[in-house]
Design a protein around this ligand. Structure first.
Ligand code: AMP
Length: 213
């Protein structure tokens, strides 16, 4: 199964993509995680990308398209994948369409997770992640703890540098102006599956599974 998980920053794409990846046994491809990992390895790409990410801006299309071209051709993506954070511009969506044609992939599911903007700002400012297993938590879930409930790593919680309120507002502006039109692009030729992103993590996973299976 090929899934494109669409939705605003903070709507829960990453959390759901990780769970679905386990349930459906297909890899979770997060372009944000790929960029953060490039930065951790101190590659030139990672260092340049981080400057844009910290301002809430997008990394240029040609770089992102190159990353996705390489990744989707890897053996692990042969039987399916979940794309999280790509495409974010109409140009990326067009290039992805071309790549999927080249790879003879003609079935994909586009899922749009929805939630209102104030809820999203709340979630993002209260979000923490484990730097070892990448699991995302809400602040209250880990208050007073110094080991990750998911992987057991010690002192591994951090707040993403782009989860500060002013950067969040910029990311939402970029989403509304540049990324939302991607949905119009898909609505023209595909069935978009809409999923309400308000509720518990388990409820939302259930809603998605009911619609894709
Ligand atoms: P995410 O983890 O998906 O929220 O992505 C974090 C940041 O990485 C974004 O705010 C962008 O700066 C950058 N990024 C991730 N995916 C893309 C993409 N497809 N196109 C451009 N920039 C991206």
């Amino acid at each position: 199964m090929r899934i494109i998980l669409f939705g605003s920053p903070g709507v829960g794409k990453g959390t759901q993509a990780k769970i679905l990846s386990g349930n459906l046994n297909i890899p979770h491809i997060s372009t944000g995680d790929i960029l953060r990992s490039a930065f951790d390895k101190k590659t030139q790409l990672g260092i340049e990308a981080k400057k844009l990410m910290d301002k809430g801006e997008l990394v240029p299309d040609n770089i992102m398209i190159g990353i996705i071209r390489d990744t989707l051709q890897e053996e692990k993506c042969k039987n399916g994948f979940i794309l999280d954070g790509f495409p974010r511009t109409t140009a990326q969506a067009e290039e992805l369409e071309e790549l999927l044609n080249e790879l003879n992939i003609n079935q994909k599911k586009i899922i749009d997770i929805t939630a209102d903007e104030e809820e999203i700002i709340q979630r993002l400012t209260n979000r923490r992640a484990c730097k070892v297993c990448n699991r995302i938590f809400v602040l209250f879930e880990i208050e007073g703890r110094n080991t990750c409930p998911s992987c057991g790593a010690k002192d591994s919680f951090y707040q993403r540098s782009d989860d500060k309120e002013e950067v969040i507002r910029k990311r939402l502006e970029v989403f509304n102006n540049t990324t939302k039109p991607v949905l119009n692009y898909y609505e023209k030729n595909n069935k978009v599956i809409y999923v309400n992103g308000i509720g518990s993590i388990e409820e939302i996973t259930q809603r998605i599974l009911e619609k894709v299976e």
